[in-house]
Design a protein around this ligand. Structure first.
Ligand code: TNX
Length: 510
């Protein structure tokens, strides 16, 4: 016993990460309980001894998982100040975090922690990445970097767990979008939907219609005329790459046939009378429409879809379709009957707001249900005919709704959304006639009418995005458990400089 203790102490002294104070704490229980993770893992069994991550710890990974190992090394470096070496085979007895192949559900993983090391197994790299995100939350914020012993077996409830940014009302720079990707991917969110066009601005380069961005993305566009800017194709490709390295798939949206004022300012031939409307910097909706009976419209739409599909490796192309109040119902259906097949022509699955379910062609599409109602016969009928659904009820998931009447930013047309409201509902049973088998997942839209900066985005998104991410991933929900885990998570946001909303519903650990 004495020799073992002496050996441990001698070893501890050689480690740069272990201070005298932390050596004293060696016998203390781990700072983070094994299940204290958002989203809650499916199965957690705490047992055995903890692992102490030190400057000697290496990462062992096959070449096929090298990119995930790089992300892990980066995360350990940020958390501990030490960047572990990545090796194919760790020397015998070297303390290691091992990434390995194993049989799991898609995106699932198993994580085991013992005194000698940590192993994450998965059938694929997305699952290994998810296991790494869990491990990040198990690492204490301060030394000693002890991870509790035991096993986690985990897999997602839904394949689609989405976040959303509106670049049209206010342009958000590529650096801001990347920072958002860094944050959302830690909650195993795997899709980021970018709203790239609206009445106030057009934010993606389209070579065949260059005035869309030279006019529609110019400075002075956006709400209040202070949201100008656009993504070049190179910017967009870089975002796709950055997101993919974090297992996030970009979903681009061009909103049609309404929400098109910016395109019509740039190209008057997209109106029925050929007269350019005035640019708009207010927040009204529902007044613009493409000219449904005119062939120029479809040349425009096909060019945009073709160029966007070519830039987008992900499976979905979002064609909007919401709030088309300036388009007659017959015209709306005629438009969607032509446009939904165009998306398929360029190899993508059409995805639109739930209004698209009025068109029979939507049976091959994905509908994003933004209605706050729990009954929607048109949606239910489409689901019966094959339409798949993403759940984004405005009164529960809209991150641009104020938390309460005192919230400085945001809107309130769908109600106030405190953290518990965002958390306490079930995407699998929420809408009558939309069974869990028809639900691909959930998404939390964040519209930008009132947002300017990344600080604004983060204040509205966090902590509610964590609640929506848990609904998308975890098999069941437990408000008291979530509340405790969220309170413990707060200091992690603070450490990264994320100015989240300190909801009074949560006991925040300081
Ligand atoms: C409704 S929800 C919209 C957007 C607004 C948002 C503001 C939906 C599909 N359309 O045009 O930005 O409300 O909360």
């Amino acid at each position: 016993m004495r020799t073992r203790l002496a050996a441990i102490l001698a070893c501890a002294l050689t480690l740069s990460l272990v201070s005298a104070a932390s050596a004293q704490a060696a016998a203390a229980p781990p700072a983070v309980a094994l299940g204290s993770v958002i989203p809650a893992p499916v199965e957690v069994r705490a047992h055995g001894s903890a692992f102490r991550l030190t400057a000697r710890t290496v990462i062992e990974a096959p070449q096929s998982a090298r990119a995930v190992a790089d992300r892990l090394a980066e995360a350990v470096h940020t958390a501990t100040g030490h960047r572990p070496a990545i090796v194919r085979h760790a020397p015998a007895h070297a303390p290691a975090i091992t990434l390995a192949a194993g049989r799991t559900a898609p995106e699932g993983y198993r994580l085991s922690v013992s005194r000698s090391g940590i192993t994450i197994r998965s059938g694929g790299n997305a699952g290994l990445f998810n296991g790494v995100q869990t491990l990040r939350q198990l690492l204490p914020l301060r030394a000693p970097f002890t991870v509790a012993g035991g096993e986690i077996a985990d897999q997602p409830r839904f394949a689609y767990r989405g976040a959303f940014l509106d670049l049209a009302r206010h342009f958000h720079t590529p650096a801001e979008v990347k920072r958002y990707i860094d944050e959302i991917s830690q909650f195993k969110v795997n899709y980021l939907h970018l709203h790239l066009s609206d009445d106030q601005g057009w934010r993606i380069q389209i070579d065949s219609w260059p005035r869309l961005t030279s006019v529609g993305g110019a400075s002075g566009t956006g709400v209040d005329g202070v949201g100008g800017g656009f993504l070049t194709k190179a910017d967009y490709r870089e975002l796709v790459r950055y997101a993919a390295a974090r297992y996030v798939t970009i979903v681009p949206e061009i909103d049609m046939p309404g929400h098109v004022n910016a395109a019509q300012v740039a190209y008057p031939e997209l109106t029925c009378d050929g007269v350019a409307p005035p640019p708009r910097t207010d927040t009204a909706v529902g007044y613009s429409s493409l000219c449904i009976g005119q062939e120029t419209t479809y040349r425009f739409v096909e060019d945009v879809i073709r160029e966007l599909a070519a830039l987008t490796p992900g499976p979905f192309l979002h064609i909007g379709g919401d709030e088309a109040h300036a388009t007659s119902e017959a015209d709306y259906i005629a438009f969607q009957q032509r446009v939904i097949p165009l998306v398929a022509k360029y190899g993508k699955q059409a995805y639109g707001w739930n209004e698209i379910t009025k068109a029979p062609a939507s049976h091959t599409a994905v509908a994003q249900n933004w209605s706050s109602s729990t009954t929607n016969p048109t949606l239910a009928a489409a689901v019966a005919a094959g339409t798949k659904v993403i759940m984004s009820p405005a009164n529960l998931t809209y991150l641009d709704m104020k938390y309460d009447p005192s919230t400085r930013l945001g809107l309130s047309w769908a109600g106030y959304i405190e953290v518990r409201t965002a958390y306490d509902w079930d995407p699998g049973t929420h809408v009558t006639g939309v069974p869990e088998s028809a639900v691909l997942g959930v998404e939390a839209p964040l519209w930008s009418e009132t947002l300017r900066s990344i600080e604004d985005i983060e204040f509205m998104a966090f902590p509610r995005l964590a609640a929506i991410a848990e609904l998308g991933w975890s098999p069941s929900r437990d408000w008291e458990s979530f509340r405790t885990r969220l309170g413990a998570y707060g200091p992690r946001w603070t450490a990264r400089g994320v100015g989240f909303y300190p909801s009074p519903q949560i006991d925040w650990t300081s």
